[in-house]
Design a protein around this ligand. Structure first.
Ligand code: CO
Length: 134
C-alpha cells in the first residue's frame, strides 16, 4: 500500500467562482457538493464530486492570499493536487525524513474538517502537493 491512497482533489484557481461552477455544471453535469470560505488561506472553494474525488475550484477572498498571487503570476489553471493519506503527520514526517522541502511543518486544519499539509513544489517536480487526511 502506498502512502497516497486516493486523489482527493484537483485544485484549480479561477477569477470568477460562479462562472467556473457554471462551466462544470453546464458542460459536464457536475454539481457543487460543498462550499466553504477558508479564512486562514484567504480562499473560497467549491467542491464538485467526480467519483470519489473532487474538482476544487478556488478563488481568492483577499489580495494577499496565495491563490491571489498564483492568479497574478501564472493566471488561471491548475493550482495543486490533493492526495488522500491515512495519516497526515506520518506522511509529512516521511517527506521530511527523505530531505524534501515542505510548506507546512506540522499538519493543520483544512476544509471539510480535514487535516492537511502542503509540500513545497520546488521539491516535488513543480507541483504543489497537499496531503489530505479525512
Ligand atoms: Co486543496
Amino acid at each position: 500500500m502506498t502512502v497516497l491512497t486516493e486523489i482527493d482533489h484537483v485544485a484549480i484557481a479561477v477569477h470568477d467562482l460562479e462562472a467556473a461552477i457554471a462551466y462544470y455544471r453546464d458542460t459536464f453535469g457536475c454539481e457543487v457538493t460543498h462550499r466553504e470560505i477558508v479564512e486562514r488561506d484567504g480562499v473560497e472553494e467549491a467542491l464538485l464530486q467526480v467519483a470519489d474525488s473532487y474538482i476544487q475550484l478556488l478563488t481568492p477572498t483577499r489580495d494577499d492570499s496565495p491563490v491571489a498571487k498564483a492568479l497574478a503570476t501564472r493566471g488561471e489553471g491548475l493550482h495543486h493536487v490533493g492526495y488522500r493519506v491515512e495519516d497526515c503527520a506520518a506522511a509529512l514526517a516521511r517527506v521530511k525524513a527523505e530531505g524534501h522541502r515542505v510548506i507546512d511543518e506540522e499538519p493543520r486544519p483544512g476544509s471539510r474538517g480535514t487535516t492537511v499539509a502542503f509540500l513545497h513544489p520546488k521539491s516535488a517536480f513543480g507541483t504543489l502537493i497537499e496531503l489530505v487526511q479525512e
